[in-house]
Write a protein that binds this ligand. Structure first.
Ligand SMILES: *Cc1c(COP(=O)(O)O)cnc(C)c1O
Length: 425
């Protein structure tokens, strides 16, 4: 599939049926797989043969869809997870354990912030949060000898800051650690972080990839380019024998292209079990087949709505990376030249109360804890997704009390604008 356009990959990658086989990806709705002898199965457990034995670890339907996402991102291997939260947890926990440290952008999804700052902290992993536009000195000062990774979001949810991927990748690599980027909002249609030095990409496929509000899911993709073997003492889990898996050394057995995802599958998926159901993987694939067509329309609607809001007298501020004058316009032009996403953040004059009143008057845009759906929806982050944060944490995450996050769907832009206008009036 190398060399083909992103649209062709959205439609075709990951599954090529043979003569007389189903045209659509089959749903392998089976927990288990049959073998003739115990010895045959034993080879799978020893990772000596490739194959399926139990759907908690791997399932053929999931693997086809993961292979499609790997092709879209330009990676060497990928795995599906039950949610975006599971994807980000696995991506970090696969290389950081108790006593380790991670540098993360402060401008990230509220759920991820809580996962890092509260839950993973309880597991003994410390995070230092930096602003995406911090100075070189601030970024440098965030690293410690036990730092294992750097994390950020291509376009942050909901702050809509754009990560300077090349800059964060250079800092990570100077300290011998990988850059992990959550590419949920941009999708590989609008940005491929691997092209800018990122090493591992994660997704909440729940958002644009699924695109129809049908299934919660996640994905991790490895670029295969980070050389763990240069730092064996920093990444012992990848470079020394895994006693819980018959002494396999992942980098030796699976190479740089396969080590990270194989370890995440055989250790983390085995032990935590956050697998995506094959049925949901099938729905996800239906979404992926039109991702390139839908992203263009989401961006067109986002741009039209952002330009309308910017001129409206009752709107205090608008954040959209595609607006000239936006703080992240220049970075968006570099990393997202074909468009950013359909999500627009703005403040209604009158603060928190005005924002909530305005939202209750909307007729097309529904109030939902969701984003990146075919149907336009909106949310007040300070009273929902970011409710658990202190005012200082809210400010660091770029969320103000008057912020409304509007996710433009696939409707007609004129109708979305008319809906906003009547609610503002
Ligand atoms: C929604 C979201 C997540 C969490 O994904 P779930 O599928 O809801 O678990 C992670 N990162 C970003 C950027 C998101 O928007």
């Amino acid at each position: 599939m190398a060399g083909q356009g992103i649209g062709t990959k959205c439609v075709q990658a990951g599954y090529t049926p043979g003569n007389g086989e189903p045209r659509q990806i089959p749903i392998y709705q089976s927990t288990t797989f049959k073998y003739a002898t115990s010895a045959d199965m034993g080879k799978l457990f020893d990772l000596e043969a490739n194959g399926y034995f139990y759907t908690r670890l791997q399932n053929p339907t999931n693997d086809c869809v993961a292979a499609k996402i790997a092709a879209l991102e330009g990676g060497t291997a990928a795995m599906l997870t039950s949610s975006g939260q599971a994807a980000n947890f696995y991506a970090v926990f696969n290389i950081a354990s108790c006593g380790d440290h991670v540098v993360s952008s402060a401008s990230i999804y509220g759920g991820t912030f809580n996962l890092f700052a509260v839950t993973m902290k309880r597991m003994g992993i410390e995070f230092t949060f930096v602003q995406p536009d911090c100075t070189a000195e601030e970024l440098e000062a965030a690293f410690r000898p036990n730092t294992k990774a750097v994390f950020g979001e291509t376009i942050a949810n909901p702050a809509l800051t754009v990560l300077d991927i090349e800059r964060f990748a250079a800092a990570a690599h100077a300290h011998g650690v990988p850059l992990i980027v959550d590419n949920t909002f941009a999708t590989p249609v609008n940005c491929r972080p691997f092209d800018f030095g990122c090493d591992i990409v994660t997704h909440s496929t729940t958002k644009y990839m699924d695109g129809h509000g049908a299934g919660v899911g996640g994905c991790i993709v490895d670029s295969g380019r980070f050389d763990w073997t240069r730092y064996p003492e920093r990444f012992p889990g990848l470079c020394t024998p895994d006693e819980s898996y018959h002494g396999v050394t992942y980098t030796e057995r699976f190479g740089l292209g396969g080590a990270f995802i194989t370890k995440a599958t055989t250790q983390l998926m085995r032990d935590f079990g956050s697998i995506q159901s094959p049925q949901n993987a099938f729905y996800l694939n239906l979404g992926l087949e039109s991702l390139h067509v839908r992203m263009a329309r989401h961006c067109e609607n986002g741009q039209a709505v952002a330009e309308f809001l910017q001129k409206h007298p009752k709107i205090a501020w608008v954040t959209y990376p595609g607006l000239p004058g936006d703080d992240y316009y220049a970075l968006a032009q570099k990393y997202l030249p074909h468009g950013s996403c359909g999500v627009v953040s703005f403040g209604v004059k009158g603060g928190r109360a005005a924002a909530e009143q305005f939202m209750s008057r909307l007729r097309i845009a529904a109030i939902e804890t969701h984003v990146a759906d075919a149907r336009t929806c909106c949310l007040h982050p300070a009273s929902s997704t970011h409710r658990q944060m202190s005012d200082a944490e809210l400010e660091a995450a770029g969320v103000s009390p008057d912020m409304v996050r509007l996710s433009c769907g696939l409707e007609d832009a004129a109708d979305l604008i008319a809906d906003l206008e009547q609610a503002l009036n």
